[in-house]
Design a protein around this ligand. Structure first.
Ligand SMILES: NC(=O)c1ccc[n+]([C@@H]2O[C@H](COP(=O)([O-])OP(=O)(O)OC[C@H]3O[C@@H](n4cnc5c(N)ncnc54)[C@H](O)[C@@H]3O)[C@@H](O)[C@H]2O)c1
Ligand SMILES: O=CCCC(=O)O
Length: 549
């Protein structure tokens, strides 16, 4: 059964949701039943009674399953946020629940002129915000992190409903996202400069670190909270103001975070959020002369386009782009740990993570045992709505993700790979599902070796020597993350140095943390996020030479 956008009662009635909604369900079912009838009878010129009800809290376009699911419905925002005000556009666009195909919200669809207005506000507010003290900015960030944690349950539900990942993963992401705000609250007050001895008598050299200015932030849908906080944390800690273009698939988390930021005391004109699905309108954000820095996370193709256009005004750019991570299991590895790592890393967010293992290279001596262990663990997977606590893997975000994953499987099978399990496109389910797949006999000439699948496909390549596998692992234009499993200390040192990536996991599939520098090399990007290096991405260094001392 596929749900239509207006089929609110049917969405509410799904058993999964009713588990989550608990006591609130019945009350909202009654309201929604009543409202959906009124809505269908209301002439266009009369103000929609549902909209009036929504205005009481925050100008919702219409109540939906989200209202019933969240404890604090003020977190559900469908308007953009510019110049300290929630604003509607002349049109809206729908946000879908990828596990049900139903519309869960209608968000303002703004245009190029709204970006120009937002950039103007960011520039104006920068004049004051850059002069706030580091300590004050740290306090604001701590207050914001506390509110994010306080609303973790609601944010988790919002995240699951717009992105599809399981509630457990979503709540994990809320904490991961909050950890960047806490981290940068602490970094704000450690933004040290330098004093450099001068070679000239009566002279001294100082180095100041200053906020770069108004920044453009563009983020993807796969981590709708963490990819925003990993950028906003350092931007605000540095004293910058921002214009955020949230992912069009998942704008609701950004908007909820913004509401909490304002509640936390971050001056309302510091963060502008311009929602749109008009990609052409976004160009102004990376070409406008008043924007001094663009921080982008997304695909390599779009990252290259933005970098090229941003060069027209010599903007500083951070580019967190696509990956094609090798995941190497040597004969001397602990196989249980190596299989745990695959579950954590390959299948996180149903395979839609930039640092996901894309190619599993397994040495000949442990190949069969590894495949058998992985198969056993995968047989416990259950796909379905992320709101169902028994589900281990949610849907993909859209149809294109399912199609690409299946295309990678078909291409591999046509070139001699063997399907061990999964791979079935589940059109019988609502939403965008494909069964997590395991294939063996993968080879370097297959699509899966060259492109990021961004879906739940684990392709196993067999190798014989260290030299051979390092060559294969590096045979890609990408260089984001790489993983390997070995208990030989000399090999650990050699391979960690030899992999052409920005991040290496040794005997672990978990490498992401606020304190660890995140970012790629080669065509996977420029710059680092998180860590003690992340703040500098939003700063300029100024040297000051004192003379006549
Ligand atoms: N390196 C990292 O930290 C990291 C993290 C998450 C995702 N990613 C990568 O992101 C990709 C998946 O995300 P995606 O599909 O949202 O990527 P995407 O490049 O299509 O979109 C990313 C963002 O850019 C916007 N966008 C798309 N085209 C644009 C254009 N022409 N002009 C301006 N903005 C545009 C999108 O609306 C979205 O907000 C994968 O390649 C993944 O590896 C990288
Ligand atoms: O998708 C990429 C980001 C995920 C992470 O931060 O671990």
């Amino acid at each position: 059964m596929r749900l239509e956008s207006c089929d609110i009662e049917a969405q509410i009635a799904t058993p999964v949701l009713s588990q989550v909604l608990q006591g609130q369900t019945q009350k909202f079912i009654k309201i929604l039943r009543c409202n959906s009838k009124v809505r269908s009878q209301t002439p266009a010129h009369i103000k929609d009674p549902i909209a009036i009800m929504g205005e009481a809290s925050n100008m919702r376009n219409h109540p939906s399953t989200l209202d019933a699911a969240l404890k604090d419905t003020s977190l559900i925002r469908e308007q953009a946020f510019i110049g300290g005000k929630w604003v509607s556009g002349s049109s809206t666009y729908p946000v879908y629940d990828p596990a049900a195909n139903g519309i869960i919200a209608n968000v303002a669809n703004l245009g190029a002129s709204d970006f120009t207005t937002a950039i103007g506000h960011a520039q104006t507010s920068f004049k004051d915000f850059k002069n706030t003290s580091e300590t004050d900015r740290a306090k604001m960030l701590h207050a914001w992190a506390a509110l994010i944690r306080k609303h973790a349950k609601d944010l988790g539900i919002l995240l699951t409903m717009e992105n599809g990942k399981t509630l457990a993963e979503a709540e994990g992401e809320v904490e991961y996202g909050a950890s960047f705000i806490t981290w940068f609250a602490e970094e704000a007050i450690r933004s040290y400069g330098d004093v450099i001895p001068s070679q000239h008598k009566g002279s001294a050299n100082l180095v100041l670190r200053q906020p770069i200015g108004a920044c453009g932030i563009i983020a993807p849908w796969n981590f709708p909270i963490a990819m925003i906080t990993r950028k906003l944390g350092p931007a605000i800690a540095a004293g910058c103001t921002v214009v955020v273009k949230p992912p069009s698939e998942t704008p609701l988390c950004t908007l909820a975070l913004t509401a909490l930021a304002v509640e936390a005391g971050i001056p309302p004109n510091v963060i502008q959020v311009v929602t749109t699905r008009d990609r052409a309108a976004v160009e102004i954000l990376y070409t406008h002369p008043l924007v001094k820095k663009v921080s982008f996370t997304g695909s390599t193709a779009v990252g290259k386009l933005i970098t090229e256009k941003a060069a027209g005004t010599m903007k500083k750019v951070s580019m967190e782009l696509g990956g094609n991570a090798p995941y190497i299991v040597f004969d001397d590895a602990d196989l249980e740990i190596a299989v745990d790592g695959v579950l954590a890393c390959k299948f996180r967010c149903s395979g839609q993570t930039c640092v996901c293992a894309n190619r599993l290279y397994v040495q000949k001596g442990v190949h069969d045992a590894f495949v058998e262990k992985l198969l056993k663990r995968m047989s416990k997977f259950k796909i379905g709505s992320g709101l169902d606590p028994s589900v281990t893997h949610g849907p993909l975000v859209n149809r294109a993700g399912v199609t690409k994953t299946r295309q990678h499987i078909d291409d591999a099978l046509s070139k001699g790979a063997k399907l061990v399990v999964g791979g079935k496109v589940r059109d019988d389910l609502d939403g965008y599902f494909i069964e997590p797949a395991l294939i063996t006999g993968a080879k370097q000439n297959m699509l899966v070796a060259k492109e990021e699948t961004f879906g739940p496909l684990a392709p196993v390549f067999m190798f014989e020597t260290e030299e051979e596998v390092v060559r294969m692992a590096n045979d890609t234009e990408f260089g984001l993350a790489g993983y390997f499993f070995s208990n030989d200390l000399r090999r650990v040192w050699r391979v960690a140095k030899a992999l052409e990536v920005g991040m290496v996991g040794v005997n672990t599939g978990k490498i992401s943390a606020a304190e660890s520098p995140f970012g790629g090399i080669k065509e996977s990007g420029l710059g680092k996020e998180g860590s003690k290096y992340g703040l500098a991405e939003f700063q300029v260094m100024k040297s000051v030479t004192l003379g006549n001392l």
